[in-house]
Design a protein around this ligand. Structure first.
Ligand code: NDP
Length: 415
């Protein structure tokens, strides 16, 4: 729903007496949200620059890449692996449809990984071209905010250049975290999981969120033994309980060993692999331990406290109003760094509406109601609207629940 408000310094406003800036907008972080906001702002006539760290599949504080998490180490490579993992069971099913697969069928992880890397490199190039075609100036380096209207870009060779801008947009996303347990350095996050040299034979996954169930499905689909540990009784906290139970049953049905109500307490290196201990006294040895225990906003190295930008004390996320504006009027933030709803299409919406608000003359707040989402476990789950629990909580009268289950016809023959 569009709401009107006055934004000081809209591009079409009179600029009489205003100081001169190098750019109308300087964007820090060229992920989904940042690229969308800069392109749309440039299309509305703004002079726009964007900075981003050099490309690398595994992100650190000094490498990242145009395209951001979704394109380089998130949704896109994950979907490629999900597709890859889905062929194994399909080939099995094919036998009941008369296909005689007489030769040994082997899965070549390295080949899939190479294809995945080629695809993310291709998309990285496309995103760079999207920026240049829109007339957005791209700087490679780490951006820091040094004043309400000033960004410093530290380039790869260490040189620093400062630029002034009427508006600054923070869209630096988030990064996966390790839990604080002994031996946590032996575990990996989804970044590394998408670039492993070898397919693990024995994988342990900690967490019950999107990433945990997705990677458990991927590795199991490729033939690994997978043990999934999560703190609650069911995975996917926040989703409809009935759906959570179905996902849980499906994961088990595909051969994933579920360990509900269980956390990991330590990891140690042994000759046979990583020894994992749990708070139930269990012990498991694995080739890979994946921490899928949430992500933290990338705000630490932006110099935000010095400039006075308010952060959420618990999460470190940038605090913004309904229009994505921080407490400093010239500084805005969108996407995972604000920790509102951490999904790529939501960052795109926030980026589009930022441009519309600041440079399009139509201030519009993002609408977070009824956002659909999909979890790419195998088989996948998709959701829109309220869960049954939310409906019951919010309703003033009775809530009618209809549900339906069916066996896909394909499975009647394939079994
Ligand atoms: P989530 O926030 O979805 O889940 C985190 C999981 O880790 C929860 O099960 C939580 O358990 C558990 N956890 C947190 N801390 C600990 C701890 N110290 N010890 C043990 N368990 C812990 O995070 P993800 O990492 O899965 O995903 C990150 C973000 O990426 C999400 O916000 C999601 O929106 C996005 N994403 C979206 C995808 C999609 O759209 N398909 C795909 C992948 C990611 P508990 O429930 O007990 O708190």
């Amino acid at each position: 729903m569009a709401r009107k408000m006055l934004i000081d310094g809209e591009v079409n406003n009179s600029t009489q007496g205003e100081p001169h800036y190098d750019f109308d907008l300087f964007v820090i972080g060229a992920g989904s949200g940042g690229v969308r906001a800069s392109r749309f702002s440039a299309q509305s006539g703004a002079k726009v620059a964007i900075c981003e760290l050099p490309f690398h599949p595994i992100s650190t504080e000094v490498v990242g890449g145009v395209g951001g998490t979704c394109v380089i180490r998130g949704c896109v490579p994950k979907k490629i692996l999900v597709y890859g993992a889905s062929y194994g069971p399909e080939l099995e099913d094919a036998k009941n449809y008369g296909w005689e697969l007489s030769e040994n069928i082997n899965f070549n992880w390295k080949k899939l990984l190479q294809k995945k890397t080629e695809e993310i490199v291709r998309l990285n190039g496309i995103y760079k071209r999207l920026l240049s075609n829109a007339g957005v100036k791209f700087y490679e380096g780490e951006g820091k905010i040094v004043g309400p209207h000033e960004v410093e870009v530290v380039q790869v060779d260490g040189t620093k250049i400062s630029y002034t801008a009427k508006h600054i947009l923070i869209s630096t996303g988030s990064r996966a975290q390790h839990p604080n347990i002994p031996g946590q350095e032996l575990g990996i996050t989804s970044d590394e999981a998408l670039s492993l040299e070898e397919l693990p034979k024995r994988a342990v996954v900690l967490g019950g969120g999107y990433i945990a169930v997705e990677f458990a499905s991927i590795w199991r689909g490729m033939g690994a033994t997978v043990d999934l540990f999560f703190r609650k009784e069911l995975p996917l906290r926040g989703f409809d309980n009935e759906m959570r139970a179905i996902v849980s049953r499906n994961l088990e049905g595909r051969g994933i060993n579920l360990h509900p109500g269980t956390n990991l307490t330590s990891l140690t290196n042994t000759e046979d692999g990583i020894r994992v201990l749990t708070d139930h006294g269990e012990e498991i040895v694995a080739d890979v331990v994946l921490f899928a225990t949430g992500r933290a906003p990338n705000t630490k190295r932006l110099n935000l406290k010095a400039v006075g930008v308010e952060l959420d004390e618990r999460t470190g996320a940038v605090k913004v109003d309904a229009y994505s504006r921080t407490n400093i009027p010239s500084i805005w933030a969108i996407g995972d760094v604000t920790n509102r709803m951490n999904l790529t299409p939501v960052a795109l919406m926030e980026g589009s509406l930022f441009a519309k608000t600041v440079f399009g003359g139509q201030p519009t707040a993002p609408d977070y109601d009824h956002i659909p989402c999909a979890v790419f476990c195998i088989p996948p789950l998709s959701v829109v609207g309220l869960s049954e629990e939310q409906a019951v909580e919010q309703a003033t009268g009775d809530v009618l629940i209809y549900n339906s289950t069916f066996t896909p016809m394909k499975n009647t023959i394939s079994g």
